[in-house]
Ligand binder design. Structure first.
Ligand code: CA
Length: 96
């Protein structure tokens, strides 16, 4: 700030901005039907409003045997002979 005579005062100001986290989200997955021995693949698309975007890890909970999800969010499962007639409910998890 300067006055009319040209005097001046100047002070350094520091402002720390803390990053806050917004939760990742992926699309709802519709009910699926599949035959035994047929590969089911579901590609998750994760959104996260943070800049820069966080990286993600994927997981499954209470899932049927043999079901997997890879580091890119690709879920894969091939029901076996004993799975026919079953209804399988489980959780897919994305974490930052
Ligand atoms: Ca985030």
């Amino acid at each position: 700030m300067k006055d009319e005579a040209g005097g001046e005062d100047r002070k350094e100001v520091r402002i720390f901005v803390f990053e806050t986290n917004q939760q990742p989200s992926f699309q709802n997955i519709e009910e699926q039907t599949i035959d035994e021995f047929e590969l089911l693949e579901i590609q998750l698309v994760v959104t996260d409003a943070d800049i820069p975007a966080n990286s993600f890890a994927f997981g499954l909970a209470d899932h049927p045997a043999g079901a997997t999800i890879d580091g890119d969010g690709l879920f894969q499962w091939t029901p076996d002979d004993g799975d026919g007639g079953g209804i399988f409910m489980f959780d897919i998890i994305v974490q930052e």
